[in-house]
Design a protein around this ligand. Structure first.
Ligand code: HEC
Length: 124
């Protein structure tokens, strides 16, 4: 079977990153995945199950993002705050570090988290 390449994620992310820098682009889960794989997967795991290589070192384990009991109860603002300011900003563990991502990257990574948890969008 021949697999046709449709969208090239890296090229797409580059285009989006440019758009986000200009403050124009919408949150995009594909761009969020690029950020996630780079910044988050070491702890949260490649598929968001909380089983990244570094997770073993933490007393508080990263949650399973694919569990419907985890992310759907959180608002986008909650997720953005935890990702921007770290776990303690919302009463979670300091093992969830603050990040230096741009506001656009944060939105995209939140969109990707929603995708991991099986929901395209927050209802809030
Ligand atoms: C150094 C390891 C580490 C890295 C890197 C990391 N996290 Fe976390 N994260 C954690 C841990 C541990 C928790 C659990 C905190 C708790 O439950 O008290 C957590 C919790 C979270 C939560 C809260 C989930 C909830 O509602 O209970 C979100 C959202 C999150 N991380 C997103 C991210 C994103 C997005 C990135 C990348 C930009 C990232 N994390 C990078 C370790 C990490």
């Amino acid at each position: 079977m021949r697999v046709r390449s449709t969208t090239r994620p890296v090229a797409l992310a580059a285009v989006l990153a440019g758009g986000l820098a200009a403050g124009a682009a919408k949150p995009d889960a594909a761009a969020g995945k690029v950020v996630y794989d780079r910044e988050c997967a070491s702890c949260h795991g490649g598929t968001g199950k909380g089983d990244g290589d570094d997770a073993a070192y933490f007393t508080t384990k990263p949650p399973n993002f694919t569990d419907p009991a985890v992310l759907p109860k959180r608002s986008d603002d909650f997720l953005a705050a935890v990702i921007t300011e770290g776990g303690p900003s919302k009463g979670l563990s300091k093992d969830m570090p603050a990040t230096k991502l741009s506001a656009g990257d944060i939105k995209s990574v939140v969109a990707y988290l929603r995708q991991l948890s099986g929901r395209a969008k927050s209802s809030k």
